[in-house]
Design a binder for this molecule. Structure first.
Ligand SMILES: Nc1nc2c(c(=O)[nH]1)N[C@H]1C(S)=C(S)[C@@H](COP(=O)(O)OP(=O)(O)OC[C@H]3O[C@@H](n4cnc5c(=O)[nH]c(N)nc54)[C@H](O)[C@@H]3O)O[C@H]1N2
Ligand SMILES: Nc1nc2c(c(=O)[nH]1)N[C@H]1C(S)=C(S)[C@@H](COP(=O)(O)OP(=O)(O)OC[C@H]3O[C@@H](n4cnc5c(=O)[nH]c(N)nc54)[C@H](O)[C@@H]3O)O[C@H]1N2
Ligand code: SF4
Ligand SMILES: [Mo]
Length: 684
């Protein structure tokens, strides 16, 4: 029987929580407590979207919270960088040294020589973009361009649609035809699978378009294998057929879009045969996909993150987002597309992060995908690096440059984390972080439309401190304004909610505390037409802003920029049992993933005398990684796919795959190009 909210509060043993990880689902959790200790974790059946189902990773989250390796007190480095030799120190000593070093760096090199490095290890608004941002703004530190995840795709989507908002995922249960495009939802967005599985029971067909036959392909009705970085061509080929065969909604186009004539001229260049030669998708499949998509309604596209980790990733997302505009599907409940929905739940960023505290002229920006170059050659040099909520030694591209930078003797590095990650090897001071169970925080999903309040269910373990407390205390020790820094978590959440947005729907701290969550308001049955905040106020098939930015104003297939002197295109995606590098130190989940592998096509393996299970070295000019080969039909010839961001620490012989990836930025949005990587393979 589903438990009601009031029953949760009355039952001392089951308390409500939220999953904090960088995952679209942002599940509501039920945690079973005994004598103040977590005994079990389950989904909260009352949540309207996540409905009691959670993934295997989080079902065992208490193993992470009480893990023997969890950091419990601050430490100072006593060995050489890279050796993991530390001695325990008190918070007083840690703060004293950090404040002294910061002041020295500011006096000698200016505050821009200090660089924060963080991402969404904990997605709480206070944990990821709260007091930390306020602190570094006030400090005048270099600003970090946080584009490692979806920079390119979000920029591309905005060129077409104006904002990062798509359809309500709850509506996708009505879908009759779904394209799951460059998105591994069985591993990365399980509740989208739940909705589409229900849609399928009601007659929907689900097509997965990917470079890798994976868990999502096995679940879908059809798998379409595509060559990496060619999705724009496939989208243009589908548009070609839709327009040629009159499968477009002319009334919708006339009312809601600009640039249709330019697009019609452009798609002339992309007949199915030409598209087949670029994408590896047979011409008849291009024809059929377009016809199926153009005649089904509601037709939905789930646009993933995978296809935008490329040199041309922004253009790919922009182009795919045009398809529902041609067919009028934006206006159909259960149709349209969903790339991300962060826009709906946006909060009062100015009030929370206080960008007004930054000095004038404004400090420089450093792109997080270029950490290696920033540490090795930025002018003025980075002298102090403050890492939290992220594990750059594993997740950032061109890892050998990153590590060369991190190991510099004249760089002072602080890392705040729950564990001794690979990044901590290079830390001068390591600080212990609370788990999210120990914190008050506010959680927004970038997929569903519910904002959730998280009240702590544990006292901080050991000497751990939350990101909020750390940067609040540091701010006060730096002598910053008390009225800005000496505030409570609850005050900051109230500041976040104090926001004049049509989606906030009058929601307050009190209602969130009472109900646990609230749904953002949006127009039904769909967002469109109306309020398209592009410069023209319409969906832009032709974009004048793109032209001015030096980009093709109508969709155009631009090949990858990675030189093609090495035979394989390598896609280094995430895996099922970790979240990025999080969980990469937990035995239960490591056992499920076994070891780092790479999928290779049988024809390529035969041509090189390689067989299933061979240990091989993947290499290019940037570095090398060792993996076990999986030979078969999961990838097209010329393609290799690895899964998972493995730790080196605790995994003998593992070299994380980012040794191979490049710091090159994508076509727009400053995004990462993790998947546009060329390598060769040698047997070891
Ligand atoms: N289990 C698990 N869940 C996660 C994460 C995790 O690490 N593990 N990470 C979280 C985060 S931070 C994010 S951003 C999301 C990411 O989740 P998704 O949006 O699903 O993105 P990826 O898994 O990176 O890539 C999706 C798919 O794109 C494919 N792909 C790669 N290149 C191309 C291409 O050129 N064209 C096409 N069509 N497909 C391509 C990959 O093979 C992969 O199957 O998941 C979140 N959830
Ligand atoms: N090759 C390749 N590289 C990739 C990707 C890929 O697909 N392929 N994916 C990219 C993507 S999409 C993303 S989003 C990035 C993710 O990169 P990161 O954001 O660095 O993600 P994680 O590896 O999960 O590291 C998060 C760290 O934060 C810590 N943490 C968790 N909660 C807290 C907290 O409350 N406080 C503090 N101080 N620390 C906390 C965790 O213990 C963990 O060590 O990686 C990118 N890198
Ligand atoms: S990782 Fe994702 S699917 Fe798993 S519990 Fe958290 S939000 Fe839900
Ligand atoms: Mo991400």
């Amino acid at each position: 029987m589903a438990m009601t909210t009031t029953a949760v509060e009355k039952n001392k043993n089951i308390v409500r929580s939220v999953c904090p990880f960088d995952c679209p689902d942002t599940c509501s959790l039920h945690v079973t407590m005994e004598d103040g200790v977590i005994k079990g974790i389950d989904g909260n059946p009352d949540h309207p979207v996540t409905k009691g189902a959670i993934c295997n990773k989080v079902r065992h989250l208490h193993e992470r919270v009480y893990h023997q390796d969890r950091l419990m007190h601050p430490m100072r480095r006593i060995g050489a960088k890279g050796t993991l030799e530390f001695e325990p120190i008190t918070w007083e000593e840690a703060y004293e040294e950090i404040v002294r070093r910061m002041k020295d760096v500011i006096a000698q090199d200016g505050a821009e020589a200090i660089l924060p490095y963080s991402f969404y290890g904990n997605m709480g608004i206070l944990s990821a973009e709260g007091m930390d941002r306020r602190f570094f703004h006030r400090l005048g530190a270099s600003q970090l361009e946080r584009t490692i995840c979806n920079g390119a795709g979000s920029a591309g989507y905005r060129y077409t649609m104006g904002v990062g908002a798509g359809c309500d995922p709850e509506d996708t249960v009505h879908t009759k035809y779904a394209l799951v495009w460059g998105c591994n939802i069985v591993s990365t967005n399980m509740h989208q699978v739940v909705y589409l599985t229900e849609a399928r029971k009601r007659g929907a067909k689900i097509v997965h378009i990917d470079v890798h036959r994976n868990r999502t392909s096995a679940w879908a009705d059809e798998f379409v294998a595509i060559l990496p970085g060619t999705d724009t061509a496939l989208a243009l080929g589908m548009m070609h057929v839709l327009i040629r065969d009159g499968l477009v909604d002319q009334a919708f186009i006339d009312t809601n879009t600009v640039g249709y004539d330019e697009l019609v001229a452009q798609v002339e260049k992309y007949p199915p045969e030409a598209v087949a030669a670029i994408t590896g998708v047979p011409a008849e499949t291009v024809e059929r996909l377009a016809r199926e998509y153009g005649t089904a309604s509601p037709a939905f596209i789930r646009i993933g993150n995978g296809l935008q980790h490329h040199d041309n990733g922004g253009m790919a997302v922009r182009s795919i987002a045009i398809l529902p505009a041609l067919t009028g599907q934006w206006n159909v409940r259960g149709g349209g597309a969903l790339k991300g929905n962060g826009y709906y739940s946006s909060h009062n960023v100015r009030k929370v992060e206080r960008p007004d505290l930054m000095p004038r002229p404004l400090p420089r920006w450093i792109n997080m995908n270029r950490l290696g170059d920033a540490l090795l050659s930025a002018e003025p040099a980075v002298k102090f690096l403050f890492v939290y909520n992220s594990n750059p030694a594993v997740v950032a591209p061109d890892q050998n440059r990153v590590r060369e930078g991190l190991i510099r003797d004249d760089l002072f590095t602080v890392v705040h984390d729950l564990f001794l990650t690979d990044t901590c090897r290079y830390a001068d001071i390591v600080l212990p972080a609370t788990s999210h169970f120990e914190n008050l925080d506010l959680y927004a999903s970038y997929w569903h439309l519910y904002l959730q309040l998280h009240e702590p269910i544990l006292e901080p373990l050991g000497e751990c401190k939350s990101n909020f407390t750390l940067f609040k205390e540091l701010g006060l020790r730096m002598g910053f304004e008390e009225d800005v820094f000496d505030i409570s978590e609850e005050q900051m959440i109230r500041e976040a909610l104090d926001y004049d947005s049509p989606h906030m729907n009058g929601l307050t701290y009190e209602t969130l505390k009472r109900d646990g969550w609230a749904k953002m308001k949006l127009e039904t049955p769909a967002l469109f037409p109306g309020r398209i905040p592009t410069p023209s106020g319409k969906i832009e098939l032709y974009s004048e802003s793109m032209r001015r930015a030096g980009l093709p104003p109508v969709p155009e297939y631009v090949p990858l920029r990675e030189p093609d002197d090495l035979p394989f295109l390598l896609v280094t995606g995430p895996n099922h049992s970790f979240i990025n590098s999080t969980f990469g130190n937990q035995d239960r989940l490591k056992r499920l993933e076994k070891q780092p592998t790479a999928d290779m096509n049988k024809a390529d393996a035969e041509a090189r005398g390689l067989v299933n299970g061979d240990r091989v070295r993947l290499w290019n000019e940037r570095g090398a990684a060792w993996v076990t080969l999986k030979v078969g039909a999961n990838v097209l010839p010329g393609v290799l796919v690895t899964q998972g961001l493995w730790w080196e620490h605790g995994n003998d012989g593992v070299q994380a795959v980012n040794a191979l990836t490049s710091q090159r930025l994508s076509d727009m949005g400053g995004g990462a190009t993790f998947f546009s990587t060329r390598v060769d393979v040698a047997k070891v």
